[in-house]
Design a protein around this ligand. Structure first.
Ligand code: ADP
Ligand code: MG
Length: 391
């Protein structure tokens, strides 16, 4: 939605007013590599999309927040000093949680009339929720003439997702949405939250995000099962190596030493996590060396490991990656996100993006009986205040 369209919609919801609009935006994200490593104290490698949640607002003089969304009919209304945990509309849980997190830090007292719009696909594993939280936090801060440390801002947003939306997510999504740098992806160590911005040459490489448009059932149960298997692997390995606290601390030779004491499935789960951590570090190094071919191989290897060792892919994701591997100029592709459906991410040169889209349009329906939806992105910027003043 263009800014002009947003202004029109804002006026239709809240009436005209001659002050300029406050404006902020925060991106969605894609994880380029490092899957199912976060809860093993490992490495992840997210990149901000060039797609965002944008919020236009006018500051109020009281504590009321009235928030409209371009994709929702109802206006959410609440008071900053009396936020209720469960209150309709359901989608307002995110901004309400954020408001409560900022209020308890003594940062906000004044509310806003605001309109949110997004071009991040909702529920597609690209973290529209984190982008909505981070944008909500920024608009409230701007209206209250306050600033916040970005790490603190990300953890306030994570708190909102845990306690108001009821999703026990890690910190990756809020971190990258708040802190991305344009033209970079972020190598994040989930053990101590240290991070490195790795340059990604936006002139040379682009990414195609392809949604398989499948969501298989039982995802939550499978997820819990994988976490338990990782824990069992750690317990077994720690009998030989007492310093091991998480799979992050384990090498393949260490795993091999415990192989005989381990269920074969648990062994394969652990092998995925250990090799995936290694691939993630190598991927960062390959990008720094602008070795796109090597980086691409690591993406394919990650997919194979998620499919065969971790058991979280599905035929539709496999089909998309197989199609990508046949297209000239595509360096690599893999499923991204938790698995059992959702999206793949493919990395290639400019010319390859259209060719891959065409190949998918042609072959995916045949292979899966479905249509995929896709878009091109480069490494986008983190959350930004676009208009901070109404004077
Ligand atoms: P993902 O983060 O992968 O997109 P989630 O289920 O975590 O999926 O978050 C999607 C939810 O976030 C939506 O169902 C909706 O409640 C909320 N949401 C995100 N962006 C908006 C928006 N612009 N307006 C209203 N709700 C939004
Ligand atoms: Mg989400």
């Amino acid at each position: 939605m263009s800014q002009t369209e947003m202004k029109k919609l804002f006026e239709s919801k809240f009436g005209a007013d001659s002050r300029p609009y406050l404006e902020v935006r925060a991106p969605g994200r894609v994880n380029l590599i490092g899957e199912h490593t976060d809860y093993n104290d490992g490495f992840v490698f997210p990149m901000a999309l060039t797609r965002h949640t944008t919020i236009l607002a006018k500051a109020r003089t009281d504590a009321t927040v009235r928030l409209a969304s371009a994709i929702e009919p109802q206006i959410a209304e609440f008071k900053i000093d009396a936020v209720v945990k469960k209150e309709p509309p359901k989608w307002s849980a995110y901004p309400r949680g954020v408001a409560e997190a900022l209020r308890t830090r003594g940062l906000i007292s004044v509310g806003v009339d605001a309109l949110a719009a997004t071009d991040v696909p909702l529920g597609g594993g690209l973290s529209s929720s984190a982008s909505f939280e981070v944008a909500s936090a920024l608009i409230l801060l701007v209206a209250n003439h306050k600033q916040m440390d970005k790490v603190e801002l990300a953890s306030a947003c994570q708190w909102a997702e845990h306690h108001y939306a009821g999703v026990p997510c890690g910190i990756m999504d809020q971190f990258i949405s708040a802190m991305a740098e344009e033209g970079h992806a972020m190598l994040l160590d989930c053990r101590d939250l240290t991070r490195r911005q790795i340059p990604l040459d936006n002139a040379q490489i682009q990414f195609l995000i392809v949604n398989s448009n499948v969501k298989h059932e039982l995802v939550q149960g499978e997820y819990t099962g994988r976490r338990n298997q990782c824990q069992r692997a750690v317990e077994t390995i720690a009998r030989h190596f007492p310093l091991v606290k998480a799979l992050r601390d384990v090498t393949i030779p260490m795993l091999d030493e415990s192989r005989m004491q381990m269920d074969p499935v648990v062994f394969r789960r652990a092998r995925h996590v250990i090799t995936e951590n290694k691939r993630t570090l190598e991927y960062a190094a390959a990008l720094e060396a602008k070795d796109w071919g090597r980086a691409g191989q690591l993406m394919y290897a990650s997919h194979v490991s998620l499919r065969d060792d971790y058991g979280v892919s599905c035929p539709e994701l496999d089909a998309l990656v197989e199609i990508a591997a046949t297209v000239d100029g595509i360096y690599g592709a893999r499923m991204t996100g938790g698995g059992f459906g959702g999206s793949i991410v493919a990395m290639g040169n400019h010319q390859s993006m259209k060719a891959l889209q065409a190949a998918i349009d042609l072959q995916y329906p045949e292979k899966s009986g479905r249509q995929a939806t896709s878009f091109v992105t480069t490494a986008g910027a983190g959350a930004q205040v676009l208009q901070a003043s109404q004077i």
